[in-house]
Design a protein around this ligand. Structure first.
Ligand code: EPS
Length: 399
């Protein structure tokens, strides 16, 4: 079974971020403009700090690609850090006063140091550029199967957009999102979100929010119910919780399920013969409370994942803390940071979700080349459309 995986390396102020992807089939055409546009979007969003004015993130491919297409070998890429100064003690001094909410305290104790910088350089959300690149590359593969991912900001503090994302008409929402400084598809809610961020800046505070990703045109049966490790919802949750500063993940209706009776949670199943040629094979639902996943497998409805990002833990005004060398009470140290990075997080989530979907597609359809994978996909859909493949066994003599 080909396992599509990736690793990242790199510190926030080291020379570069590195992504290593393994398990891509040969023949995937990389759309560099698309990948770099995702990196640019990740750098944006109202409320970002000074770092983004220094960097212009773009990928340099080091291996795995020939003439613009993957060749089946490990794909390595590099994103340069223009603000590279990790060893310059005057510009990148030690940090002795840990920030509540950041990795500083736990990491310093874990790695037996009082200099939080040893931890924070890697814990920094700068690393999400490397993950965004991995996801954007995975999307070049997903595109061949018409699978698309749409991520946006659902809320910042109490400014919440409660609009729907219709599976058959979501593209206008993407345009609206792209016109919003905070990546929310509603102008009015965007204005309220911006006001929260502006006020937080005045108060030397920070704000968090909810981000959401929808995945369209998925075949039924990605993931598996056979082992908890293979459940796609479990893997998506892990990928999303792995994003810096995320504190909760929901699929579909999420925690709201717990407050409703079954009749108001589970999505009634229907069949529409006119839709048999679509990836849902004709199965439709009145609602999508399950968020496209039942038993850890895709069910033909869009996959809907929501993540909660806490406010950035670097506050300009500091928070009560302790000097790790003296153990005396002192406020936490300020490191250049963002007032709000929820918009950026929506891009990161969109892309890490895409990577997990691509991974599940590789598992189900395998193939060393894209052509083989594509044919496996087509042949599966064809067989699934023909169900039942054998006459039912009921009433038959089993000789
Ligand atoms: C980030 C780069 C960082 C931070 C931010 C995200 O750059 P610097 O530390 O040089 O200002 O702005 O990091 C964090 C939010 C964090 O928690 O460390 C980026 O490129 O996204």
């Amino acid at each position: 079974m080909p396992d599509l995986t990736y690793h990242t390396a790199g510190e926030s102020h080291g020379p570069a971020l590195i992504t290593l992807i393994q398990g891509l089939p040969a023949g995937v055409e990389l759309d560099l403009d698309f990948i770099n546009t995702e990196l640019l979007r990740r750098q944006g969003g109202y409320g970002r700090g000074g770092r983004q004015r220094i960097e212009t993130d773009s990928i340099e491919i080091l291996s795995g690609v020939r003439r613009g297409k993957t060749i089946g070998s490990p794909l390595a890429l590099r994103i340069a850090n223009k603000d590279s100064r990790l060893d310059d003690l005057s510009r990148t001094p030690p940090v002795y006063r840990p920030r509540p909410g950041h990795a500083d305290l736990a990491g310093s104790v874990k790695w037996l140091t009082t200099d939080c910088r040893e931890t924070l350089e890697r814990a920094s959300a700068r690393e999400t550029a490397a993950r965004t690149a991995a996801g954007a590359i995975a999307r070049c593969l997903l595109r061949v199967f018409d699978i698309e991912v749409f991520g946006f900001v659902r809320s910042i503090r109490d400014a919440h957009w409660d609009g729907d994302v219709p599976a058959d008409d979501w593209l206008p929402l993407r345009d609206k999102r792209d016109a919003s400084e905070v990546y929310c598809p509603c102008e009015k809610t965007s204005a309220a979100m911006i006001e929260h961020i502006r006020q937080a800046k005045v108060d030397k505070d920070t704000v968090g929010g909810l981000v959401e990703a929808h995945v369209f045109h998925l075949p039924i049966g990605l993931g598996s119910s056979m082992d908890w490790r293979d459940k796609l919802d479990s893997r998506l949750a892990g990928a999303v919780m792995g994003i810096q500063a995320f504190k909760a993940v929901e699929i579909g209706l999420g925690k709201e399920c717990a407050a409703r009776p079954g009749s108001q949670v589970h999505d009634p199943i229907r069949f529409d013969r006119d839709l048999t040629e679509t990836p849902s094979l004709g199965f439709t639902r009145d609602s999508n409370n399950a968020g496209g996943l039942e038993g850890g497998m895709t069910n033909g409805m869009p996959v809907v994942v929501r993540g909660a990002m806490k406010p950035i833990s670097t506050l300009l005004r500091g928070l009560p803390s302790v000097n790790l060398n003296t153990k005396d009470p002192e406020d936490s140290q300020y490191e250049r940071s963002d007032v709000c990075a929820v918009s950026a997080a929506s891009v990161v989530m969109e892309n890490v979700v895409a990577f997990e979907i691509a991974r599940a597609m590789r598992e189900k359809f395998a193939g060393d080349s894209l052509l083989e994978m594509y044919e496996n996909h087509q042949s599966f859909l064809e067989k699934a459309r023909q169900l039942p493949l054998e006459p039912p066994l009921e009433g038959k003599e089993l000789a």
